[in-house]
Design a protein around this ligand. Structure first.
Ligand SMILES: Cc1cc2nc3c(=O)[nH]c(=O)nc-3n(C[C@H](O)[C@H](O)[C@H](O)COP(=O)(O)OP(=O)(O)OC[C@H]3O[C@@H](n4cnc5c(N)ncnc54)[C@H](O)[C@@H]3O)c2cc1C
Ligand code: SF4
Ligand code: SF4
Length: 941
């Protein structure tokens, strides 16, 4: 059925058409999919915008601001949309800064950089890391959040203890004011003529300075006494500046949540990257001991000191994370080598001695190795979305999530909260930055249940009141006020100071269009709660966006994994109103691998495609299923490949096949740039007739080789390599009859056809102890057959097969046989590994790397972005060649950076894609081919 949204005229469309005329059509979107995707951020709220602008320059920002102000349309700046407060959604225009994502200037000596607001923190630090530098503030969302949001929220994170919050690390900002004028917001000396000029040029600055001077006593009196605060406007930082003789403008804008102006760039302070780091987990038997241990551990100058309470440990699953069953709380401690100037091992010894004074449930776990340290952080960083797995109805609700109390009273706070929520019979996770006294409190509630809703409202008021009254704390340490805390800002600071905040807002934003409803608002926090979404499985954390190759290229939420979840699960979804986006997914499964909440967006998209199978693809796959005829056709093509695969004829073919390809997808084409593999004149099965079991005969070999289509039909040496490697390990594999595993078929919506082939494979592969694969996609698809046949009679057989599927790299790693190996070339060859998405999703990541690193004659290098999709994904490089090439560009840069001579991988589609995209920058080989070469070199030597 076609959803009404497609047919009904849209009243809001004038906004987008005006903006298109002002700044360019390709930067403005207002279709159903875009509005749906941008209606959420990582908060509990939902608001659908009228239009979204993807700005690409300062001119675009200023023009949009002027338009919004002139028309009185709410304007909400947005970066990654990972805030937990509802501050990046709005009912008017969303101005997305994601495409402004470059480092403009870096000064290594003076340790600063000029950076645009759309850059992801992890990407920024990757780039800075190459110069031995780091941007200190580190929200746990660092893989996905962007600098613009961090600035506007005054974000911080576990390492605030050492590096401070964003406000402590910003030198200057470029701010577009409500007038459309640009302000260079720095700390100006009060006697500096530039300051005088600014005060003359910008009335709001003049008013602000007067306000600070006139109310200095009130501001001093109301200053929060805890070590962190992001509530209200930072008049305290400005007052400090005045006391030092300067007008410290960044202090006003950092933490202003898009309500006073929009940033186009920031000059940020950088720190030296620590040379060595130690991470430790300490499991305490008694919560009270944690409070006692904290001041003692702080004497070691840790860079991070985090806590997770007993409930949190239960909720995330103790066994999964190796946390003892009787731990009442766990502390995560991090020490940096250069911070203390001492031997880290000596520091570790001191830490252990301190811990021994308390009843621990086990010895502290200490890690120096980056991978092990990452493992220790993993649960902590993904905590909030992981809680989404707990219950289908009760979801983690952020409404008292960010309180701050004096650090030495954190145990008392946790005890109070545990008792409070026990009284309400509400499960709760309490964790956070204990070194700063900043606790994240995440109760699990069903907001659609009347009682739970009342408990939320009660908790909101009681807990905030207790934090302020009993603990003298703050209601907001780092997440911002947004919609959720706006109602309570007045209570936190009192009417008088709140009035000053209002005056500041009115002065900078007299028409009230800049992010209305945020920070300064008396609307109850329960307005705009997204009751529908809070019954779904997605935490909207955007962790999947960080790995989604399509989002990486388009930087637009409607072209992203999180956005697609919203779209395909929306009540107004129809294939017609969302075809553009539903067909854009590669089915790379990177989102599924990354999602802490266990959501598989790619599967939801496949479900939707299955409702609208592509007719042309169906005809192709039905032909494909007629194995004998299809293979004859391929052999015919193989015979004449030397003719039709010439550049000129490929160009002609590209042209001639367009109408046909368009029926596959609007973007589909057979680009002449696509480096096609050589088609085999004799297929793999023809070359190894001795391995094909006789019909009706019992299996002779315990190992079957599921070669899939590519290894059978391409003359690329992969199938031969897998067989040769298995033989070296003493296995004569069988090649039972097989059909396409089904990945490409399902991608085009033909689930029934995919199942038809899968049934053949289930029967054919039964009776073998192991089913070895060489192709990443086949590996995953065979392992996923239980999902394909969920609830159907074949499910048990599918489960049995899934357990026996073994990728060739796993097989080699597990094999007791260790054949001799030697270097195949005189000089060492630099090899990097591209980790195919489907093999990662199948859980095979370490074995290929370990094998490559152990090959003689190979200098293994871990390349940047090894775990990112290369953009091939099955037939995507045919379905949307242009996007696939934009995706592979990042991989090409990574390969070049690594200096690798050879890129090894495990997927035929990746091999084609890499050969096309790398443009000769490195040779591309299958992991099995490199193993085979090492074995053969040993035979020769
Ligand atoms: C799993 C998870 C863990 C988190 N952990 C932490 C944590 O440890 N510490 C922490 O502080 N936060 C944390 N957060 C909250 C959030 O990630 C941070 O506040 C982050 O800095 C927001 O960045 P963003 O790019 O997503 O901003 P958005 O959500 O897009 O926007 C946030 C605010 O910035 C404004 N804004 C964005 N760009 C601009 C601009 N160019 N000019 C003016 N205003 C702008 C928006 O209007 C909005 O008010 C976490 C969130 C999640 C989901
Ligand atoms: S699908 Fe998973 S990773 Fe993506 S936003 Fe939802 S919870 Fe986060
Ligand atoms: S499968 Fe890949 S392209 Fe599709 S949503 Fe997930 S990460 Fe994005």
């Amino acid at each position: 059925m076609t959803a009404p949204t497609l047919i009904l005229p849209e009243r809001s469309r004038a906004v987008a058409s005006d903006l298109r005329a002002a700044i360019g059509a390709h930067k403005v979107k207002d279709d159903y999919s875009t509005r749906t995707a941008y209606a959420v951020d990582a908060s509990i709220y939902r608001m659908e915008p009228k239009a979204v602008v993807l700005v690409e320059s300062e001119e675009d920002i200023a023009a949009t601001v002027r338009y919004a102000v002139a028309r009185g349309i709410p304007l909400t700046p947005r970066a990654a949309g990972t805030n937990l407060t509802g501050s990046a959604i709005g009912s008017g225009i969303i101005l997305d800064v994601s495409r402004l994502n470059r480092v403009l200037e870096l000064n290594r000596e003076e340790r600063w950089a000029r950076v645009q607001p759309g850059i992801v923190l992890a990407e920024l630090n990757k780039e800075l890391g190459r110069h031995g530098l780091l941007f200190g503030p580190d929200p746990s969302s660092g893989d996905m959040c962007k600098l613009g949001g961090m600035l506007a929220n005054n974000s911080s994170g576990p390492h605030t203890l050492r590096y401070g919050a964003v406000k402590d690390n910003v030198q200057a900002l470029r701010v577009c004011l409500q007038s459309g004028d640009w302000l260079d917001a720095k700390a100006y000396g009060l006697d500096d003529s530039r300051c005088t000029d600014l005060l003359k040029a910008h009335r709001p600055l003049h008013d602000l300075r007067s306000l600070l001077q006139d109310h200095a006593a009130l501001i001093a009196q109301k200053r929060p006494t805890v070590s962190k605060n992001s509530c209200g406007y930072n008049l305290f930082g400005l007052a400090d500046g005045l006391a030092r003789g300067c007008f410290d403008l960044p202090k006003l804008f950092v933490g202003s949540e898009g309500t006073l102006g929009l940033f186009s760039e920031a000059t940020i302070r950088l720190v030296e990257k620590p040379r060595a780091t130690l991470t430790a987990l300490i499991h305490f038997h008694r919560l009270e001991d944690v409070g006692d241990a904290v001041p003692k551990l702080l004497e070691l100058s840790p860079s991070a000191l985090e806590v997770m309470d007993a409930n949190t440990l239960n909720l995330i699953g103790r066994a999964k994370h190796g946390i003892p069953g009787d731990a009442a709380a766990t502390l995560l401690v991090e020490l940096d080598g250069d911070a203390i100037g001492n031997d880290l091992r000596a520091q570790a010894e001191r830490m252990i001695n301190i811990s021994r004074r308390y009843r621990l449930t086990s010895d502290p776990v200490i890690a120096f190795d980056p991978e092990q340290r990452e493992q220790l952080w993993k649960a902590r960083k993904a905590l909030y979305p992981t809680l989404y797995r707990f219950d289908p109805k009760k979801k983690p609700i952020n409404f008292v999530d960010d309180v701050v109390v004096p650090a030495d009273r954190i145990s008392e706070l946790i005890r109070y909260l545990e008792e409070f929520f026990a009284g309400q019979r509400v499960p709760v996770a309490i964790f956070g930055h204990i070194g700063n006294g900043n606790a994240h409190i995440i109760p699990l509630l069903d907001v659609n249940d009347h009682d739970d809703f009342q408990k939320m409202v009660q908790g909101y008021h009681e807990i905030h009141q207790t934090v302020l009254g009993r603990f003298g704390g703050s209601i907001c340490g780092e997440h911002g006020d947004g919609r959720v805390r706006a109602e309570y800002v007045k209570t936190m600071f009192g009417q008088e100071l709140y009035d000053l905040f209002v005056r500041v807002k009115q002065s900078f934003d007299p028409t009230g269009v800049l992010n209305p409803g945020i920070k300064i608002s008396d609307r109850p926090f329960t307005d705009h709660i997204d009751h529908v979404r809070l019954s779904k499985s997605c935490a909207t954390c955007a962790k999947c966006n960080a790995v989604c190759p399509v989002y990486d290229v388009f930087q637009s939420e409607d072209m992203s994994s999180r956005g697609w979840f919203e779209i395909v699960t929306d009540k107004n979804y129809s294939y017609l109103n969302s075809k553009r986006v539903v067909e854009a997914c590669l089915n790379c499964k990177s989102c599924r691998t990354a999602c802490p909440a266990g959501v598989d967006v790619s599967q939801l998209i496949l479900d939707r495609r299955a409702e609208n199978p592509n007719k042309m693809a169906g005809a192709i796959f039905r032909f494909h299923a007629q194995t004998a005829r299809f293979e004859q056709f391929l052999k015919f093509l193989a015979r004449y490949q030397s003719i039709w695969d010439r550049p000129l004829i490929r160009r002609l073919l590209d042209h001639l096949t367009k109408p046909f390809m368009h029926r596959l997808a609007e973007t589909a084409r057979l680009s002449p740039q696509l480096v096609l593999p050589r088609l085999a004149r004799r297929h793999l099965r023809d070359r190894y007739p001795e391995l094909i079991p006789q019909a009706g005969a019992a299996a002779r070999s315990p190992v079957a080789y599921f070669h899939g289509c590519a290894a059978n039909y391409f003359d690329d040496g992969v199938g031969d390599a897998v067989i040769a490697v298995l033989r070296k390990h003493g296995v004569e594999p069988a090649l039972p009859p097989q059909r396409c595993s089904g990945t490409p078929i399902e991608t085009y919506g033909h689930r029934a056809l995919a199942k038809e082939g899968a049934r053949v494979n289930l029967v054919s592969m039964a009776g073998y102890d192991k089913v070895v694969t060489g192709c990443a996609s086949c590996t995953l698809m065979l392992k996923d057959y239980p999902t394909l046949f969920a609830g159907e009679p074949e499910q048990a057989a599918a489960q049995a097969l899934a357990k026996r599927v073994t990728h060739i790299s796993e097989f080699v790693a597990q094999s007791p046989v260790k054949p001799a190996m030697a270097g195949s070339q005189s000089a060492k060859c630099k090899v990097a590994y591209h980790s195919s998405c489907h093999l990662r999703a199948a859980g095979v990541t370490k074995e290929p790397r370990a094998i490559l690193a152990g090959l003689p004659g190979v200098d293994y290098v871990e390349m940047p972005d090894a775990d990112r999709c290369a953009g091939g994904a099955g037939t995507y490089l045919v379905k949307d060649f242009d996007t696939s090439q934009r995706i592979v560009e990042r991989k090409r840069r990574a390969v070049e950076q690594s200096g690798a001579d050879v890129v090894a991988t495990s997927c035929p589609a990746c091999m084609i894609q890499l050969r096309t995209g790398l443009q000769g920058a490195a040779e591309v080989k299958h992991v099995a081919q490199l193993i085979q070469e090492a074995y053969e070199a040993a035979d020769r030597s």
